[in-house]
Design a protein around this ligand. Structure first.
Ligand SMILES: CC(C)(COP(=O)(O)OP(=O)(O)OC[C@H]1O[C@@H](n2cnc3c(N)ncnc32)[C@H](O)[C@@H]1OP(=O)(O)O)[C@@H](O)C(=O)NCCC(=O)NCCS
Length: 203
């Protein structure tokens, strides 16, 4: 079985409209932060993130989501301090699925108020980068057929889109991690670097 120890360093991500947020690994103490993030999504976004299947995020589920197995999973949260308090505005993760041992299934979501400024694309690039570092061969994702923003984002991020093998409501998006895509090279702003530079914007 593929095993690795995922310990991603915190890094700054800047949006296309010049705002900056901190991307870091999820912590056990993030359950309330993550709960507020998911509860703050519009019903449409929550349905798309969980494929319609979530009736409230239970404390047990949130606790599970804040304790990824570092050998086989990755979970990132994007944090802003814009309103004077800490808030989560995005999350991205991958975990083992039913497929081959070197495959991971990803999911992500961005707060509705922050969608459309490049955050989703930046989160996808981070997932791909960590997957490559950690020896993952392929990322796959299941996407509701009517989720056009996610289908567009997947295509934009070098994934191919196919029918889902078992669920007619879904499409399956797949990307081989060893194959670089043009978009992978776009810069992220590392901590300690002046992030107001246009060169460092996620675009
Ligand atoms: C899908 C989602 C993550 C996209 O995040 P985002 O931050 O809005 O995406 P970005 O601004 O980075 O957009 C990246 C690309 O995705 C595509 N895209 C994003 N939103 C789109 C929309 N509403 N319509 C069409 N294409 C869209 C575009 O190709 C875009 O590139 P461009 O900005 O150069 O045109 C976000 O809409 C979301 O959280 N949705 C709800 C949860 C969800 O669907 N999760 C996926 C479950 S697997």
């Amino acid at each position: 079985m593929l095993e690795f120890n995922a310990r991603p360093m915190p890094e700054l991500q800047s949006t296309r409209d010049g705002r900056v947020a901190l991307l870091r690994a999820v912590r056990e103490s993030d359950a309330a932060l993550l709960g507020a993030f998911f509860n703050g999504l519009t019903p449409a976004s929550r349905r798309r993130r969980f494929h319609g299947g979530v009736n409230g995020l239970t404390p047990a589920l949130l606790a599970h989501m804040t304790r990824p197995d570092p050998r086989r999973e990755l979970a990132l949260v994007l944090i802003t301090f814009e309103t004077g308090r800490v808030a989560c505005i995005g999350e991205a993760r991958y975990a083992v699925d039913d497929g081959p041992a070197d495959e991971r299934e990803f999911s992500l979501a961005v707060s509705d108020a922050w969608q459309g400024v490049g955050i989703g694309a930046g989160l996808m690039r981070s997932l791909v980068r960590h997957a490559r570092t950690q020896g993952v061969a392929r990322l796959v994702g299941d996407v509701l057929r009517d989720n056009l923003p996610m289908i567009e984002l997947a295509l934009h991020s070098g994934f191919t889109v196919q029918s889902h093998p078992a669920d007619a409501r879904l499409l399956r998006v797949t990307r081989a991690i060893g194959v670089p895509a043009i978009d992978d090279a776009l810069p992220l702003a590392p901590l300690g670097v002046e992030t107001s530079s246009p060169m460092l914007r996620v675009q």
